[in-house]
Design a protein around this ligand. Structure first.
Ligand SMILES: [Zn+2]
Length: 274
């Protein structure tokens, strides 16, 4: 019988992806963990900490021959990425690396900084600070495999919950110069033609921004009202995420002097046309 809860596959020489089932729609019902390296390896992200998920990660590590784990690398500090950190770093005796802006309180960690390089056997990994989904979000770029492990900056399908839209767009634009073939997201399927997906994500956010400005052009709106206009027919399970993103767009437009918040909480264009 096929075990649908966990599956391990090699996605490039020296890089394997473990797909774990998860029941959250915003996670596209999967959490992906990556093993990167030849000889010593890094484990990228640690799941929610649910016992079956942690067991799945440790079983996959055994399946790979229990290599030395030189680092547990965390893309960011949300619970579905760091929940298993204590158990995984404990079992593998590996140090934990996370950007300080996302580090959980009371857990020992090594700080990750933009452009920090690692080498796991013959495989180089470059850390890229990519805030927006969270302040300390990072991606891991494997230049030798033209592979980007994108965490929650770019998902396998659909779009991401964005808390700081200006930072998020700048993070995506910062990736444009990279040679990326394959994207390994933290949720959902692998993305082939990675550079194209990065550009599509940027265009998508700019399209949403235009839609928000157009809607405001017809008169002041609440963030909730904008969700109804910009996301017609939205799955109710995605409404909270859509509201977060609309609010992030509004904050970006406000900071840029293009929109303003009225006293009643609605938003309007900063300036009305002639
Ligand atoms: Zn996530």
């Amino acid at each position: 019988m096929v075990d649908r809860r966990a599956s391990l596959e090699q996605i490039a020489p020296g890089v394997s992806r473990l797909t774990l089932a998860d029941n959250e729609i915003m996670h596209l019902f999967t959490i992906n963990i990556y093993f990167v390296g030849e000889g010593p390896v890094a484990i990228v992200d640690t799941g929610t900490g649910a016992p079956e998920m942690t067991r799945g990660i440790l079983d996959a590590w055994k399946e790979l021959g229990s290599p030395e784990v030189a680092a547990v690398l965390l893309t960011h500090g949300h619970p579905d990425h760091i929940g298993g950190l204590g158990a995984i770093s404990g079992a593998t005796r590996a140090p934990v690396f996370i950007h300080p802006a996302d580090a959980p309180a009371g857990q020992p960690f090594q700080p990750l900084a933009h452009c920090r390089r690692f080498r796991f056997g013959s495989i180089d990994v470059l850390t890229l600070h990519t805030p927006g989904h969270s302040p300390g979000h990072v991606c891991f770029y494997v230049p030798g495999r033209r592979l980007l492990l994108s965490g929650d900056l770019i998902l396998g399908e659909g779009t991401v919950v964005v808390r700081d839209m200006a930072a998020y767009l700048a993070s995506l634009e910062g990736l444009l110069g990279l040679d990326v073939d394959l994207i390994g997201p933290a949720h959902g399927p692998l993305v082939k033609d990675g550079s194209r997906r990065i550009r599509a994500y940027i265009e998508h956010r700019l399209m949403r921004e235009r839609q928000v400005l157009e809607a405001l052009g017809k008169g002041p709106k609440t963030a909730e009202g904008l969700v109804d206009l910009v996301y017609p027919g939205l799955d109710p399970r995605r409404r909270r995420a859509a509201l977060t993103n609309i609010t992030s767009h509004l904050q970006k437009l406000e900071a840029a002097g293009r929109a303003r918040r009225l006293e009643d909480g609605r938003y309007d264009l900063a300036r009305r046309g002639p």
